[in-house]
Design a protein around this ligand. Structure first.
Ligand code: AMP
Ligand code: MG
Length: 273
């Protein structure tokens, strides 16, 4: 019998390939036909993730970096909340990258990123990342094209450096459709509890949707490497988005096969007084 594709295979952007985001269905729900089914599967995966993270932390041999990128309302915050809930917070750090400060701008663009790269045993989550420097910067001409054009290779070299230093890297692009973004923006306007998430600026960015898609296409196809792959996550359905991310995390951690370290001493004869 033919093995079904793993989620890593299903969603991974093959290195060196030409990516067509339009051909990827943001509404995809894979083999699942209902949210209920999907939620049940996520629950199981989360317990597995909690177990693997504990081993990974104890193992203390590598770090894991998760990069999250998406259009506004794409679900980066929701994915962090729902996929990581239950994981020991001591082993996880989330960093959200905002408009660079004057001090950050006075350095190279990777400075602020490298500073917060996860140390061994930690899972680092980047809510936005150095990819903003080839996305918003490109779309808004915040740097001349000669400058941002060089960044794809610089980013690949940077990620190669992190990988060589013991960091496993996973990059997730949460793929929503333009229609779904409209629904989510409207929901933020309609619900007073969501007003804090609404920014008029998001409406301006929405007008640049096609430019962003072109920038994402380049970033994902030029910077998906064997050591730091990009994954396109169908994200119109939040429950499926969470499920796919959880699957890829579990697959990745399982393949690292973290082990509890052996005790330093022979514990057999020790008596606790
Ligand atoms: P939010 O994630 O909604 O809090 O918004 C953060 C904002 O910071 C977004 O509009 C990003 O595009 C912006 N941002 C993040 N990194 C950069 C960067 N390197 N250059 C310019 N803007 C950035
Ligand atoms: Mg925002």
């Amino acid at each position: 019998m033919k093995q079904p594709l793993s989620y890593c295979q299903r969603c991974g952007v093959p290195p060196g390939s030409a990516l067509d985001l339009n051909a990827i269905d943001a509404n995809d729900t894979g083999p699942f036909s209902s949210k209920k089914q999907g939620r049940k599967a996520l629950k199981q995966l989360r317990s597995r993730l909690v177990e693997l993270q504990e081993r990974f932390y104890a193992w203390d041999k590598r770090s894991l970096l998760i990069v999250l990128q998406a259009m506004d309302t794409g679900g980066k915050d929701g994915a962090i909340e729902h996929v990581m809930s239950g994981v020991n917070p001591q082993g996880v750090r989330v960093h959200s990258f905002k408009v660079p400060t004057a001090n950050e701008l006075a350095h190279d663009y990777l400075w602020r990123v490298h500073k917060v790269a996860p140390r061994r045993r930690m899972i680092g989550i980047f809510n936005r990342s150095h990819y903003e420097d080839v996305l918003v910067v490109r779309v808004h001409n915040l740097a001349p094209s000669q400058v941002w054009q060089q960044r794809y290779e610089q980013i690949n070299a940077f990620e190669e450096l992190l990988h060589a230093g013991g960091t496993t890297i996973l990059k997730f692009y949460l793929h929503i459709s333009k229609d779904e973004q409209a629904r989510r923006l409207q929901a933020r306007l309609d619900d007073p509890n969501k007003h804090w998430k609404f920014s008029k600026g998001d409406l301006k960015e929405r007008l640049l949707w096609d430019d962003y898609m072109a920038a994402y296409t380049d970033a994902l196809s030029r910077c998906s490497t064997e050591q730091a792959p990009w994954y396109v996550i169908p994200a119109n359905h939040k429950w499926y988005r969470n499920l796919v991310i959880a699957n890829i995390l579990v697959e990745t951690l399982q393949s690292l096969d973290p082990q509890y370290p052996l005790p330093e001493d022979d514990l057999a004869g020790i008596v606790v007084q």
